[in-house]
Design a protein around this ligand. Structure first.
Ligand SMILES: C[S@@+](CC[C@H](N)C(=O)[O-])C[C@H]1O[C@@H](n2cnc3c(N)ncnc32)[C@H](O)[C@@H]1O
Length: 203
């Protein structure tokens, strides 16, 4: 099964609240986005946003330029259905991040649990190419992944686990680590998954 088929099947077969990565309140992401102090008109993109409720929370906080990208069309359909008329205020992008050519630069690039699926170095390089095209000096990047003591697999797929320092090494210059957080994510099934969130500024 290819990558797109895998994720399409996940979102057609499970409710958004059943997937292991579901968060009712994406509190750590929100705190780090607010800390980035980008301004409410600044462009924000949620890479591999899936059916995450981060977009709802950003709309509620009056962010006005929000894009959500995902490889799975059904993931975005779930968010659009949940948001109703407000969905029209968001730019929805169906794309594989390793092939995406950003149409603009984003003041804030957010990724929770997407980069960590890129186990092939060529895919990580392609992600970085998109990141370079989609950001400019001064822009902020938040990447959340499983931590070094987090799970080795997610959604039946192998993942890479990171510490902020290893993520910094992966991104290289011109990205500079500015902050990080640990999070113990409670899955809907009652398990605990250790995440790390790393914040970077592009210099
Ligand atoms: C573990 S889920 C996390 C979803 C969301 N970020 C959250 O925190 O709820 C991973 C998401 O990345 C998407 N995804 C996986 N590989 C991708 C790729 N190469 N390009 C774009 N999206 C991808 C999946 O469809 C899925 O929605």
């Amino acid at each position: 099964m290819d990558r797109k088929q895998h994720w399409d099947t996940v979102y057609t077969s499970k409710a958004e609240t059943e997937v292991s990565w579901f968060q009712d309140n994406p509190a750590t992401s929100l705190a780090l986005i607010e800390q980035a102090a980008i301004g409410l008109d600044a462009a924000v993109v949620d890479i591999g946003g899936g059916a995450s409720r981060l977009v709802d929370a950003l709309l509620a906080r009056q962010y006005r330029s929000i894009s959500v990208l995902d490889i799975a069309v059904d993931a975005l359909a779930k968010s659009k259905a949940r948001l109703g008329a407000q969905a029209a205020d968001v730019t929805w992008i169906v794309a594989d991040i390793t092939r995406w050519q950003p149409p603009q630069q984003y003041a804030l690039w957010h990724d929770r649990a997407v980069f960590h699926f890129l186990t092939d170095p060529a895919d990580r390089l392609a992600y970085r190419t998109a990141l370079l095209a989609g950001t400019a000096a001064g822009n902020r990047i938040i990447i959340a992944s499983f931590a070094l003591d987090g799970p080795e697999r997610c959604s039946g797929l192998p993942v890479m686990r990171y510490a902020p320092e290893t993520l910094q090494a992966e991104l290289g210059t011109p990205f500079v680590l500015t902050d990080s957080r640990h999070e113990e994510h409670r899955t809907p099934g009652g398990g605990v998954q250790r995440f790390q969130y790393s914040c970077f500024i592009r210099t």
